[in-house]
Design a protein around this ligand. Structure first.
Ligand SMILES: [Zn+2]
Length: 556
């Protein structure tokens, strides 16, 4: 799902040296050797047309999960799923809106229709219902829609909003000023739309509409429209109403401004107020919101693949390595007529990396703590395989020491740095830094923390539940051409290949030397943790620290 990736669009690195190895010996800081030929073979296979873009619940899934299982087995890793299986079933609900939804606002007896996709973008309900029917629910402006007791912040102020439709702003209250209690320009989880819907469900709102503004959202209306008017997926939940209000959607800023004006309110003035602790919910005159639409649902089944090396002395304590195996499958053809979304970078590289880490662990002395290798389903549908695992953990999350997520590595070659997405969250960064430093490498902190990428990949369902998670990615400062070349390759990837059929393996220009080096680093960070009694944690300023600390008694 993520976009901060690089490839070798500008570089031509010889592919005739498939056995180039990294690490090994004092000169390279004592790292294990990751094998570029194994990495490239796995990426080549997983991104081949025969794997059909690895769509969940397709023939491509069958081939993919079996391939991963076979590689784990060959490495000497044990099955890590429930009941000694390699697989954890991931049932998913798939929901579509039938026809055109009827959506309207009523102000002083006058009904204004809102057009789905143009003025408003409402998702197919995730509440597992057959129909959404909201008649004249009062509209209330709720600022940023945040309740953060540890920051002494509450936009709801204890008001009863049950059955109403809320309107909220995207991002968090100090994004615009760049200074405050929510990390300044950096986005905290309170700024993500997923959080805002979850809070709305807790508050009993009938619906929540987020005002789209491009800068604080970090993407344009087209993204909002495409992702929200499409087929929706969710994990099968016992009580979906706990996390989803019946109606979830976005509204264009201009339409929100007009509505506020019609009820005698000034949008910009209320936004300023919402950036202060004093903000209280504002009822938008006598305006109401109505929605009516039918839903079509079905359940599909996908699978996480789990392998495990039991710890020698502390098997109940787990270190987790994960990467999503799925991609977009077969879809609309591009200009060349290619309709297979191979997902070579996103995320065959991550799967290959975790497989290689599994081989390194299996081949070396087995560590004291257990290592789990997870290959997540349905990341591209909303982090659903990892969310299912986090909701149904095979190994307790309280004693999961730490986790590492890999999503879309660069095939640009070796770099002097590694990127840490969401830099500043946990002390895993310090442990990573020590391994890097002994190899004369450095961390590049997330260059775009306002976009909230830390909340957009598979480590996040675990992070949200307090497990310290590191999301490391390829660096930008490549040996061949420096940061300028690295950034140019990143821009080229996003423009020409990201989530397109052109995300294909290119044996002529790709180098696995950088991936091998980063794999060796992540392996080493895990080796040290797995042979220690350390319990890493989130930093005091992190929104995930309080939830981790709640279970501290289970870690000694
Ligand atoms: Zn991805």
């Amino acid at each position: 799902m993520k976009k901060i990736v690089l490839i070798s669009a500008l570089l031509s690195i010889s592919a005739c040296t498939p056995s180039v190895r990294t690490g090994g010996g004092a000169a390279t800081g004592g790292l294990a050797m990751a094998d570029t030929s194994r990495l490239s073979a796995d990426v080549r296979t997983l991104s081949a047309d025969t794997f059909l873009g690895r769509g969940p619940a397709t023939r491509g899934e069958e081939l993919t999960v079996n391939y991963i299982r076979d590689r784990l087995q060959a490495a000497g890793v044990q099955p890590g799923g429930p009941g000694g299986s390699w697989f954890q079933e991931v049932p998913l609900v798939q929901t579509d809106i039938v026809g055109t939804p009827s959506l309207s606002v009523n102000v002083d007896g006058q009904t204004i229709r809102l057009t789905q996709g143009t003025e408003i973008a409402v998702r197919a309900s995730m509440q597992n219902v057959d129909r959404v029917n909201i008649q004249n629910a009062p509209l209330v402006f709720l600022g940023y829609g945040i309740r953060a007791p540890e920051r002494n912040w509450d936009d709801y102020k204890g008001q009863d909003v049950r059955g109403k439709v809320g309107i909220v702003l995207i991002n968090d209250p100090d994004f615009e000023s760049g200074q405050g209690d929510f990390g300044g320009k950096a986005m905290t989880y309170y700024g993500r739309w997923t959080y805002k819907y979850e809070e709305a469900a807790r508050q009993g709102l009938a619906g929540l509409l987020i005002v789209h503004e491009t800068a604080p959202a970090s993407y344009g209306w087209a993204t909002v429209k495409n992702s929200n008017t499409n087929t929706m997926f969710d994990i099968v939940r016992d009580n979906p109403a706990e996390v989803h209000p019946p109606l979830e959607g976005w509204v264009q800023r201009d339409d929100a401004v007009r509505l506020f004006r019609a009820v005698g309110q000034d949008f910009e003035a209320l936004k300023k107020l919402a950036q202060t602790r004093e903000f209280r919910p504002v009822t938008l005159g006598s305006s109401t919101f109505s929605a009516s639409y039918q839903l079509r649902k079905q359940t599909i089944r996908s699978r996480n693949v789990l392998g495990r090396l039991p710890g020698t002395t502390r098997p109940g304590e787990t270190i987790l390595y994960g990467a999503h195996w799925d991609h977009l499958g077969v879809g609309a053809p591009d200009a060349t007529g290619d309709s297979i979304y191979n997902g070579a970078i996103d995320n065959a590289t991550g799967v290959a990396a975790v497989l290689e880490i599994a081989r390194l662990f299996a081949a070396g002395p087995h560590p004291q703590r257990s290592i789990v290798f997870a290959f997540w389903a349905a990341e591209e549908k909303g982090l659903l395989g990892s969310e299912h695992y986090a909701s149904n953990p095979v190994y307790p999350l309280e004693t999961t020491v730490a986790g590492f997520n890999i999503d879309a590595l660069s095939a640009t070659g070796r770099a002097r740095d590694v990127l840490v997405v969401g830099f500043g969250q946990s002390d895993l960064e310090d442990r990573l830094n020590r391994v890097l430093a002994s190899n004369s490498r450095v961390i590049l902190p997330d260059p775009n923390p306002g976009a909230g990428y830390f909340f957009r990949s598979d480590h996040f369902p675990m992070a949200k539940r307090g497990v310290p998670m590191l999301y490391m990615d390829s660096g930008f400062d490549v040996l061949a051409g420096g940061s300028q070349a690295g950034k140019a390759a990143d821009v080229a990837y996003r423009r020409d290949a990201y989530h397109q059929p052109a995300d294909e393996y290119d044996p002529a220009t790709w180098s696995f030397a950088g991936i091998a080096e980063d794999v060796a680093v992540l392996h080493q960070v895990g080796v040290r943790l797995a042979n220690s009694r350390d319990w890493p944690n989130y930093r005091q300023t992190s929104e995930f620290r309080p939830v981790r600390d709640k279970t501290s008694a289970s870690r000694r």
